[in-house]
Write a protein that binds this ligand. Structure first.
Ligand SMILES: Cc1cc2nc3c(=O)[nH]c(=O)nc-3n(C[C@H](O)[C@H](O)[C@H](O)COP(=O)(O)OP(=O)(O)OC[C@H]3O[C@@H](n4cnc5c(N)ncnc54)[C@H](O)[C@@H]3O)c2cc1C
Length: 457
């Protein structure tokens, strides 16, 4: 295929039909003649588990930013989630959240979310992409290599999942979008092309998940979403979230190698060890529908493609293949949605040219900074977290977060602002607005007065 860098892309090829691949296909389909999605799995027509996204069996909370941006990309997305059984939720009123600082308040708000499985989120988006006439699918084909050289990528080599290497096929494209998730081979492919891999920053909280699906016995509890984090230095957390079909997923989390067991007794004992008994009490009443399932690949990994001195024409990357975040803070799907909105802006500004990926890698670096800093700063609160040396800016961030979180426990307006920031709707600087700072100060005075009156608190 011979396309000069600024020539229009006719055929784009997307590696992976996860959320990032589907969203990339959605926005590219408005600008190119054909989008081909190459996926190693057979894709179900219902919201069903598949091997390529094992994380989908665990609690997935789509932050408000993701709810908003998926709606921008797929108008009617929220209504379709609800039609599929997602539970409409007021995040301030219907969530019971015991943070590392203590309980947050509950009050009616406009922080409207929908709770469901990741399987349903992906299903709704996949069906919308299936309806696009310019999108074609190549399923059960694993991409094993990029075609081209250090100057330009012009396609991929695939092999049928489980078949011999001799059954490999080459597929040409003007633009290859790598969206194969956390297990991406892009750093290795780039090393082959350039002789050196991209720089990777890793912050590893050595965290593990274990999850189990349940049916609750009788009427719903007075919450929709229950999240419990033990006060530091305890490394344990847990949560329960409703899924479509009257089921619930309970996920237990342990940092610093303190992983929740996947045996029935061990899972129950871990739930019982949380600082407040709400998760364990709810599970005692519930009927398990699955065995506990574990997951360990939770390290924060940022592959700094933006720092490579060279980048081939005809290549782009997004989603977990660029930056995989510790899932504890629920950012991954929302970051994918934000990246797709960004890709759409670039396409609208410059059209679909083969140098799109060059611009995208730089723009992504700016987009990723906030979620990365938010996730890794929280992870560094645990002594067992490994990664680049802790900075003095980190101490300041922890101090400021502590101050605002304590105020959020007492003042619903501060809590509202805080919730918008952790849901990626507003930047962290929104918490420094004078009105919120004043309320934060007043909340601390109230807290100090209460302490004076009853020193045990
Ligand atoms: C345990 C856990 C819990 C999480 N909880 C949350 C949460 O609460 N909220 C949230 O927003 N995010 C959460 N996340 C993160 C979220 O799942 C990911 O950020 C998001 O799915 C990333 O999408 P992606 O498309 O980049 O990758 P994926 O969804 O992983 O998709 C990658 C796709 O590429 C395919 N593929 C892989 N290799 C190849 C190949 N060589 N050839 C062809 N196809 C290939 C795979 O089969 C898959 O379909 C969680 C993650 C984990 C691990």
């Amino acid at each position: 295929m011979t396309v000069a860098p600024n020539e229009r892309v006719r055929r784009a090829l997307v590696i992976g039909a996860g959320l990032a691949g589907l969203c990339a296909a959605r926005v590219l389909a408005d600008h190119v003649d054909e989008v081909l999605i190459v996926e190693r799995d057979h894709l179900p027509v219902h919201p069903q588990p598949r091997n390529g996204t094992p994380q989908a069996r665990h609690l997935h909370n789509l932050l408000l930013r993701g709810q908003h941006d998926f709606e921008v990309l797929f108008p009617g997305f929220g209504a379709e989630l609800e039609a599929g059984g997602a539970v409409p939720t007021d995040l301030a009123h219907d969530m019971r959240f015991h943070s590392i600082w203590g309980w947050f308040p509950r009050y009616p708000s406009d922080l409207r979310s929908r709770l469901c499985s990741r399987l349903l989120v992906e299903h709704v988006i996949r069906e919308r992409v299936r309806a696009l006439p310019r999108v074609r699918w190549l399923e059960q084909q694993r991409v094993v290599e990029l075609l081209g050289d250090a100057r330009r990528v012009c396609g991929v080599r695939c092999e049928r999942a489980g078949a011999a290497a001799s059954e490999r096929i080459d597929v040409e494209a003007d633009l290859v979008v790598e969206a194969s998730g956390r297990s991406t081979r892009l750093p290795r492919w780039l090393e082959t092309l350039f002789g050196a891999p991209p720089l990777v920053t890793e912050v590893d909280p050595h965290m593990g998940y274990a999850s189990r699906i349940y049916r609750m016995p009788h009427a719903r509890p007075d919450w929709h979403l229950l999240l419990l984090r033990n006060p530091l230095p305890s490394t344990r957390s847990g949560g329960i979230l409703p899924l479509e079909g009257g089921r619930w997923v309970a996920t237990l989390v342990g940092f610093a190698g303190d992983h929740p067991p996947t045996s029935e007794a061990g899972f129950a004992a871990f739930a019982r060890s949380l600082a407040v008994p709400d998760v364990a009490n709810a599970l005692d009443q519930a009927e398990p529908l699955s065995e506990p399932m574990g997951y360990r690949q939770t390290t924060n990994l940022w592959r700094h493609y933006e720092q490579l001195p060279r980048w081939p024409v005809g290549l782009a990357a997004l989603g977990d293949a660029v930056c995989s975040l510790n899932p504890m803070y629920g950012q991954g799907m929302s970051v994918v949605a934000m990246e797709a909105v960004l890709l759409r802006k670039l396409l609208e500004r410059h059209g679909a040219t083969a140098v799109l990926g060059e611009e995208l890698r730089r723009a992504l670096a700016a987009l990723l900074r906030t979620p990365w800093v938010m996730a890794t700063s929280e992870d560094y609160r645990y002594a067992g977290t490994t990664g680049p040396k802790r900075s003095s800016a980190l101490k300041l961030r922890h101090w400021m977060t502590d101050v605002i979180a304590h105020a959020a426990m007492l003042d619903t307006k501060v809590h509202y602002g805080w919730t918008r920031v952790v849901n990626l709707l507003d930047p962290p600087t929104a918490l420094l607005r004078p009105t919120l700072l004043a309320r934060t100060a007043v909340a601390h005075l109230r807290r100090a007065r209460r302490r004076l009156r009853s020193p045990d608190r």
